[in-house]
Design a protein around this ligand. Structure first.
Ligand SMILES: Nc1ncnc2c1ncn2[C@@H]1O[C@H](COP(=O)(O)OP(=O)(O)OP(=O)(O)O)[C@@H](O)[C@H]1O
Ligand SMILES: O=P(O)(O)OC[C@H]1O[C@H](OP(=O)(O)OP(=O)(O)O)[C@H](O)[C@@H]1O
Ligand SMILES: [Mg+2]
Length: 286
């Protein structure tokens, strides 16, 4: 029997859905199950364990699971030096120092002797040490941003994404300690017999991530301007060119990063491109 790879995914919370979606997009079909803690893939040697985000890094480190998806910021908090296989592009956030809006902040030294509330004490301790600061740390497990309003702290260190929570609590971010996103991390003690399965999983997810960042573009162009248009759309190797039934015109197919598309669209039109179609790509193997 093939040995199955064990992957830890957040049981519920911000990473849960996107983690399962990326596995699904990678062609992995989960067996329907009533089990709240575990799922099995039908068509790939993979078992999924649903765990708390905060517990996953340690399980990965100890080899209880072979691979895990969790917020990169936890590697710093748990002080674990585990290899990141892939940055997954979702749950992007920053860990920031924030203070009440009306207070002045000019430099990090302003934090000296202040009371700081956080759910990430190790990260803050390491940061304070690196910056040669001494502050009074209060560890709380949630609703950190309320701390200054109830007199529990002068400043907070917490996750910021849209900034809404800081805004609602009359706080402003003054320093970014780190940036984070969901990552795929492998155990250092992964059995060698599972390495090929892990490589396949990484390859599949990578193809999904490449595809998410790119669009397939199709357009008609006058032959006399093809060189100009090709220079705007270099593609993976070079664009595909096919003659149109109408003489003097070609159909050009290429791939383009989503953000680049908006930068070149006007130049494409100026170069005579017509009938421009842009569509999503499901998988992209470079
Ligand atoms: N507002 C946010 N926007 C984007 N990403 C976030 C945000 N808040 C947290 N994250 C990221 O998502 C991860 C999971 O956050 P979530 O709040 O779902 O779980 P948790 O409270 O860290 O963990 P647990 O599953 O152990 O209860 C965090 O470690 C962080 O990397
Ligand atoms: O900048 P924003 O978009 O407002 O996001 C930041 C908030 O999101 C996280 O909390 P979450 O909603 O995960 O609640 P939790 O503290 O219960 O985990 C984080 O702890 C912040 O409070
Ligand atoms: Mg949270």
């Amino acid at each position: 029997m093939t040995k199955r790879l064990k992957i830890a995914v957040q049981k519920s919370g911000r990473l849960h859905e996107d983690s399962l979606q990326i596995l699904q997009d990678a062609g992995i079909v989960l067996e329907k199950s009533k089990d709240q803690l575990k799922a099995t893939a039908k068509n790939f040697p993979l078992d999924i364990l649903y765990l708390r985000n905060g517990d996953i890094p340690q399980y990965v480190n100890d080899g209880v699971v072979d691979v895990g998806i969790f917020g990169e910021n936890l590697l710093v908090e748990k002080r674990l030096n585990l290899p990141i296989l892939l940055q997954l592009g979702f749950s992007k956030c920053s860990l920031c120092v924030a203070i009440p809006k009306e207070q002045n902040f000019t430099e990090l030294k302003d934090l000296n002797t202040k009371k700081i509330a956080t759910s990430y004490p190790n990260t803050v301790q390491d940061f304070l040490k690196k910056e040669n600061l001494t502050a009074d740390l209060h560890t709380i497990s949630g609703s950190v941003e309320i701390a200054p309003n109830i007199g529990l702290a002068d400043a907070v260190v917490d996750i910021v994404s849209s900034g809404n929570t800081l805004f609602k609590n009359n706080l402003k971010p003054v320093y970014t300690i780190l940036k984070s996103e969901a990552v795929l991390v492998a155990s250092p003690s992964i059995p060698s017999i599972l390495q090929a399965t892990l490589n396949q999983l990484v390859f599949r997810i990578e193809s999904v991530l490449n595809a998410r960042n790119y669009k397939y573009i199709l357009l008609n162009a006058p032959n006399k301007n093809i060189d100009q248009i090709v220079a705007l759309l270099p593609g993976m190797k070079s664009p595909t060119l096919l003659p149109l039934a109408q003489e003097g015109w070609s159909s050009l197919h290429s791939v383009i990063a989503e953000e680049d598309f908006w930068n070149v669209i006007n130049d494409l039109k100026k170069a005579g491109a017509e009938g421009i179609l842009v569509s999503s790509i499901e998988k992209m193997v470079r």
